[in-house]
Each structure stands twice: as C-alpha cells, then as structure tokens.
Ligand binder design. Structure first.
Ligand code: PNS
Length: 165
C-alpha cells in the first residue's frame, strides 16, 4: 500500500523551512503531494500558482515521483481525498502556530474524519523562516540567502526588484 500525504500551503515562495518539512515527511510517507492553494478572487501573492508549483518541482526534481507539486482551489480535504491521500501534513514552528493549526485540523476532521492531519516540527534553524518574512526582508534589501532553495533565491530577488516603487 502506498502511503500518500498532501502538504498544503501558500508556498509564496517555497522556503527552506518547507523543504525541511517535506524531507521529514518523506521518511514517513511514500509520496508527498505539495499542494499550492490559490484563490482566484483573493490573491495578493508575489508569484502566480503556476510559478509557485514550478519552483517546488525544480527544488525536488531529484526526488522523482516521490514528491509532486500541484495547485488546488476549493476544500483541502476534498482535494486530499481525490488524490487518495490518507494524511495532511502541516509544519509547526512556534507555539504561535498552534491555535490556527488546531482550528484548521478540527474543521478538516469535521469535514472528512478519514483524513488525518499530521504535524512535523521544523528544525530549530528554520523556526524563524516564513514566506511572509522572507518577502518583507527581501523587499527591504535584506539578506535572505540560505533561507530559500538555491533555484528560488534569484527569482525572489528579481520579483522584489520588480515590485519596488
Ligand atoms: O501556508 P498557509 O497559507 O498557512 O496554508 C493555509 C491552507 C492552504 C492550508 C489553508 O488555507 C487551506 O486549507 N485552504 C484550502 C481551503 C480549505 O479547505 N479551507 C478550510 C480549512 S479549515
């Protein structure tokens, strides 16, 4: 039996914190589908969902079929069920993440009790990394090297330059 997990998020863009969680998930699951959430009506993202998916695929090219990336809209639990996934993976950093995650997990369980949510704790060296902060620092000219996959860093810096007034 193939154990498949869905790792959902905005991934705007993928960071080394996400990479760490995906690598940990591969120790527990046979396949991880990295699912980029997009909402066509409410989007303030720096990258389109296609660009976000592409950056994830580039980052995990070496893992072959074990890691795939895809964009989804609509309910996460429906997407997970349609993909045959038995679990949703979420990463935890600080205690601050907990309340939001607890609420989402409980709602998802209410909607579809068959899909379990599993939490992975990020490596301590990644506790402070988030896509939001990385974008903020990059847009203010700060150094974000080492916080993102090598393939993603130049794309983020170019986008930060394009967005400067
Ligand atoms: O990385 P993020 O932005 O914290 O991820 C949030 C995400 C994508 C996991 C969440 O917004 C989500 O599941 N969206 C899909 C819509 C849905 O199923 N909403 C109900 C969840 S309780």
């Amino acid at each position: 039996m193939t154990r498949t997990a869905v790792y959902p998020g905005s991934f705007d863009p993928i960071t080394n914190g996400h990479v760490d969680i995906i690598r940990r998930s591969l120790q527990v699951f046979d396949r991880v589908i990295v699912a980029v959430s997009f909402n066509p009506h409410k989007d303030s993202s720096w990258f389109s969902s296609d660009e976000r998916v592409e950056m994830i695929r580039e980052t995990f090219r070496a893992e072959g079929e074990r890691v795939s990336a895809d964009a989804f809209s609509g309910l996460l639990v429906d997407y997970a069920a349609a993909k045959g996934a038995t679990a949703i993976v979420r990463g935890l950093r600080a205690v601050a993440d907990f309340e939001y995650e607890f609420q989402m997990t409980s709602m998802n369980r209410h909607l579809r009790p068959q899909v379990e949510t599993v939490f992975m704790v990020a490596a301590e060296s990644h506790f402070y990394i988030s896509s939001r902060l990385v974008k903020e620092v990059a847009s203010l000219g700060g150094n974000v090297a080492g916080l993102l996959p090598d393939q993603v860093l130049p794309r983020l810096l170019a986008r930060a330059r394009d967005r400067r007034p």
